[in-house]
Design a protein around this ligand. Structure first.
Ligand code: ATP
Ligand code: MG
Length: 289
């Protein structure tokens, strides 16, 4: 029996997209891609097509899924997210069949969309020469995936945070490779400021936070700013030290930590760095009253 497309994908509408804050190299790559997609006819006149596949790689929480959704929204189409792990089946030939059902289903959708194969390393890992049944099964599934991507007529983005583990033939199927890396200083400043809204923490405080969070992913920066806002609103109710910015930051950083496998950003290596907020006017004003 064929697996229904609805059980394999999750659809996100353009109106729900959020614009990620990205470094100059990623921004340039995205703008370039959008420009070629919008110049399809001019390119066809010289015998070239806009590229239709892209691979986004980078550490967790740096905005790969957010970026794919934003791109779809910029083109005014929904994003159809396939979690690669949903395609993995324990039955013999099951993974390959699900991949085939997925692409058959996508071919029947009939409206333009962007397909995101998220966490593609779950099925696109390096082929193995091992003759175990499990390895043979994954190799067969990968071959199906390669053929189906090759034959797919639509726009396809894949995302991974383990690019080195991807099969080389699969890698080659993506005509555009974009490295969504950890944010640099300017990007961290903008991310902290964005997620601090509607409070205005002041540029000095945001600058200090930018310094002590070097190496943090945007998702962690968001957690920190949202944690501060939660404490500001609920602090007195929960008897938290909401009146003291240093204590607030310390508390929030104790509660939201980077993964233990990563080198911790300065704040998490030494929580006493929360003192950089010592002279910050507190509580911060709310923008617009
Ligand atoms: N560059 C960014 N600018 C602003 N916000 C970001 C950025 N990157 C991530 N975020 C925020 O962090 C959260 C997680 O981001 P997202 O899911 O896009 O990361 P990811 O790279 O796909 O992670 P994973 O590898 O775990 O799938 C989102 O809520 C998003 O709002
Ligand atoms: Mg993701």
């Amino acid at each position: 029996m064929r697996t229904e497309l609805g059980t394999l994908v999750d659809v996100r509408e353009p109106k729900d997209a959020e614009e990620p804050i990205l470094g100059p190299a990623v921004r340039a790559a995205i703008l370039g891609w959008l420009a070629e997609i919008n110049a399809e006819a001019e390119l066809a006149a010289v015998g070239v097509k806009p590229r239709s596949t892209a691979l986004l790689s980078g550490p967790p929480g740096c905005g790969k899924t957010t970026l794919a959704h934003h791109l779809a929204a910029r083109l005014g189409v929904p994003l159809v997210i396939v979690k690669a792990e949903m395609l993995v089946s324990s039955s013999l030939g099951g993974t390959g069949r699900k991949i085939a059902d997925l692409f058959d289903g996508l071919a029947e959708v009939g409206v333009p969309c962007i397909v995101l194969m998220d966490e593609i390393d779950a099925i696109g890992g390096e082929r193995s020469s091992d003759d175990q049944a499990c390895a043979r099964e994954m190799n067969a599934a990968l071959t199906t995936l390669l053929q189906r991507i090759e034959a797919f007529g639509g726009r396809l983005i894949a995302a991974t945070n383990r690019p080195a583990s991807l099969d080389k033939a699969l890698w080659r199927r993506f005509s555009l490779q974009i490295d969504v890396a950890l944010p640099g200083e300017d990007e961290r400043f903008a991310i902290l400021k964005r997620y601090g809204q509607p409070f205005d923490f002041g540029d000095d405080a945001i600058e200090a936070l930018t310094e002590i969070t070097a190496g943090a992913a945007p998702s962690l920066l968001r957690q920190v700013m949202e944690g501060i806002k939660r404490t500001l609103i609920l602090g007195s109710r929960l008897r938290l030290p909401a009146d003291d910015p240093v204590a607030v930051l310390r508390l929030v950083a104790e509660g939201a930590r980077p993964h233990p496998d990563y080198t911790p950003p300065p704040l998490w290596a030494d929580l006493s760095l929360a003192r950089v907020l010592e002279d910050t006017p507190w509580p911060p004003a709310r923008i617009g009253g």
